[in-house]
Design a binder for this molecule. Sequence first.
Ligand SMILES: Cc1cc2nc3c(=O)[nH]c(=O)nc-3n(C[C@H](O)[C@H](O)[C@H](O)COP(=O)(O)O)c2cc1C
Length: 203
Amino acid sequence: MPTPLLALSLAELPETAWDLLARSLKRRKDPLRTPVLATVGGDGRPQARHVVLRGADPQAGTLVAYTDARSQKVDALLQHPWAELCFFTPRHGLQLRAVGDARVLRGEERCRQAWAKTPGGSRRSYLTEDAPGTPLACAGDGLPKGYDPDSPEQLARGQELFAIVELSVERIDWLVLGSEHRRAEIRRDDEPRASWTATWLVP
Ligand SMILES: Cc1cc2nc3c(=O)[nH]c(=O)nc-3n(C[C@H](O)[C@H](O)[C@H](O)COP(=O)(O)O)c2cc1C
């Protein structure tokens, strides 16, 4: 039986936070797998939307999502790389807010490998004819006529449009709401970079 989150010591928080995030990658129904990615648009206004968490590496301190390189979030991140991924799991009453610099990778070997592993059904998200958010004359999914995700043409196109968003986490705000409330800041140390130090905060 794992230690209830309210009973955790300060020293246990960093590893627990990263473990919960890493474990969600393999659990399709885990709410931690679909955080909200918040960015700042070129107009200075906030933007928030759910994404699927695709990677969590405590050593590198990175969290990863995939997206269409033409999407608004990519534009926003190219102008303002500072971003936040906000997670909530009702089972644990836990909110995690991971803040850091996000970079967008496109056309690199890593993108090619991730694209090759993306199942046909998911590829459609990256293969719309026009950029996501473009107005349509009538309701539709925006895919090209006669769309076949496995055709060499669509595979090559997807490879070009597929982008990886990698958040280099600087700090994580930990908040447990339960019979009592607990809040802490989990901050990445300057040296060594793979270590994290937590501090209790007023919830
Ligand atoms: C549960 C859920 C998961 C989603 N996962 C992703 C994702 O991994 N990547 C993505 O680009 N959009 C994802 N979306 C769609 C985005 O929330 C958003 O509508 C879309 O990316 C356009 O956002 P933008 O115009 O702000 O870039 C998801 C939506 C939901 C509801």
